[in-house]
Design a binder for this molecule. Structure first.
Ligand code: SF4
Ligand code: SF4
Length: 371
C-alpha cells in the first residue's frame, strides 16, 4: 500500500440512531446531534446522505442537526440522486431541487448518481444524468460530481472510459474482505479509479457490520494483537491510494468515538498489518455464509414484503453460533412480515442488490434452515 495524502472519516447518514429500531423514519435527533458535535470537534466534517436513506428522512435530519447549527463553510455534504426515480431528463433538476430543499442548502459539496450498476447505468444514460452533473457543476450547484458504484470492474472501466474527464469522485465499496472477492472486485475497481486519476470515497469499510460481528475465535486473534476490529477495517480502507474519505454508517456515540479514534492520527498500515488482515479475511470468509451488507436496498422492492437482510443476518448468525433464539426470532419476524417461502422468484430485488447476490436462490437456503 502506498499512500499519498490524508484521509478523513466521513459520517454516513444511512444507519443513524433510531428511537424505534423497526421504523427508519424515527431518527433519534438528540443522539444524532451529540454525534455530530463530537465528530466536528474531532476535526472531521464530511457528511454522506442520499434522497433515499431512512425512508427519505436522512436529509432533513441533517438540516436540523447540522445545517441549522453550523456555518455552511464548516462542513461538506455529499448527496445522491435516486437513479431509480429518473424517467426523463427534467427529473434530474426536479429531484435535485427536492434534495437541496430537504437539506436547507444552496449547493452540494459532492453530488453523486446513486447505485450505478448494470441496470441503473441504462436509466442514468437515458435521463442524461452524467451530462446534467457536468452542468450542475458549471452552475455551482455542486463542487464535485460522480457516482456511487455497485458492480463489477469491467462495467466501471467502460463508464470511466466514457465519462472520466467530468468525474471527480467514485464512491466505491472497499474493505479487506471484498478486496479479492470475485463478486465485488474491490481491488480491480480501485485500480481502475487510480488509473483514471479519480478520487475515491469508500463505503462499507466494515461491510455493514460483517467485519465486526465475526466468530469469537477470530475476534480473539484481533484482541491478542491489540487490534480493534472496526478500527483496522477503517485504516485498511484509508491506506489505499486515491482514497480521500472513508465513510462509516455510525449508529451511536460509542461507534463514533471508536471510529474517530481510528482515523484521527492514523498512519498507513504496514506490510505486517496487511498480511494479518489478509489472513483474517480468509478466516472470516469461511464463516460468513451469505455476504449481504445489510444495506436494505432490496427490501422496498419486494412485492411479498420479505425482510430479506434480516433473514440473511439470522442465517449467518445461525451458521456461526447455532442458537435456539435464531429460530424463535425467525418465527416472530415471519409472522410480522412474511416468511422466506413467500418468495415468488420475481427477481425484482436482484436488480437493487449492492452485493450482486442471487436473493431468491439464497432465500431457499433460509427456508431450508428455518422452515
Ligand atoms: S424474488 Fe422473492 S424476495 Fe426478491 S423481490 Fe421477488 S418475491 Fe421478493
Ligand atoms: S440482499 Fe443485497 S440489497 Fe438486500 S440488504 Fe443484502 S446486500 Fe443489500
Amino acid at each position: 500500500m502506498a499512500k499519498n495524502r490524508k484521509t478523513q472519516l466521513g459520517f454516513g447518514a444511512m444507519r443513524l440512531p433510531q428511537t424505534d429500531k423497526n421504523n427508519p423514519t424515527t431518527i433519534n435527533m438528540d443522539e444524532f446531534t451529540q454525534m455530530i458535535d463530537y465528530y466536528m470537534n474531532q476535526g472531521f466534517n464530511y457528511f454522506d446522505t442520499s434522497y433515499a436513506y431512512h425512508n427519505e428522512k436522512s436529509e432533513n435530519a441533517i438540516k436540523e442537526a447540522l445545517v441549522k447549527r453550523y456555518p455552511r463553510e464548516s462542513y461538506q455534504i455529499a448527496d445522491k440522486i435516486p437513479t431509480w426515480l429518473l424517467q426523463k431528463e427534467e427529473d434530474n433538476q426536479r429531484l435535485v431541487n427536492i434534495m437541496l430543499k430537504r437539506l436547507g442548502i444552496e449547493y452540494f459539496d459532492v453530488l453523486l448518481i446513486h447505485n450505478i450498476n448494470k441496470s441503473f447505468i441504462k436509466i442514468a444514460e437515458k435521463a442524461k444524468t452524467f451530462q446534467y452533473l457536468t452542468k450542475a457543476k458549471e452552475k455551482g450547484i455542486a463542487k464535485k460530481i460522480g457516482f456511487s458504484y455497485h458492480d463489477k470492474a469491467d462495467l466501471l472501466e467502460e463508464i470511466l472510459e466514457k465519462y472520466h474527464e467530468n468525474i471527480d469522485i467514485v464512491q466505491l465499496q472497499l474493505n479487506y474482505l471484498d478486496w479479492e472477492d470475485q463478486r465485488v472486485q474491490s481491488k480491480k475497481c480501485h485500480e481502475i479509479c487510480v488509473k483514471y486519476g479519480i478520487d475515491i470515497t469508500v463505503m462499507e469499510p466494515v461491510k455493514g457490520g460483517t467485519l465486526v460481528n465475526i466468530p469469537e475465535k477470530i475476534k480473539k486473534q484481533f484482541n491478542s494483537n491489540n487490534k480493534n476490529l472496526a478500527g483496522e477495517a477503517l485504516k485498511s480502507a484509508a491506506s489505499q491510494d486515491n482514497v480521500i474519505t472513508v465513510l462509516s454508517g455510525m449508529s451511536n456515540l460509542q461507534q463514533m468515538k471508536e471510529n474517530c479514534e481510528a482515523l484521527k492520527n492514523f498512519t498507513t498500515l504496514n506490510e505486517k498489518d496487511t498480511l494479518f488482515l489478509n489472513h483474517m479475511a480468509n478466516e472470516i470468509r469461511k464463516s460468513v455464509a451469505i455476504p449481504c451488507s445489510y444495506c436494505n436496498y432490496c427490501v422496498k422492492e419486494c412485492p411479498q414484503n420479505i425482510p430479506i437482510p434480516e433473514y440473511f443476518n439470522l442465517y449467518n448468525t445461525e451458521k456461526m453460533y447455532h442458537l435456539n433464539a435464531n429460530l424463535a426470532l425467525y418465527g416472530t419476524t415471519a409472522s410480522s412480515h412474511a416468511p422466506a417461502s413467500n418468495c415468488i422468484e420475481c427477481g425484482n430485488c436482484n436488480k437493487y442488490c449492492t452485493q450482486q447476490l442471487n436473493i431468491p436462490e439464497l432465500l431457499k437456503k433460509v427456508v431450508e434452515m428455518f422452515e
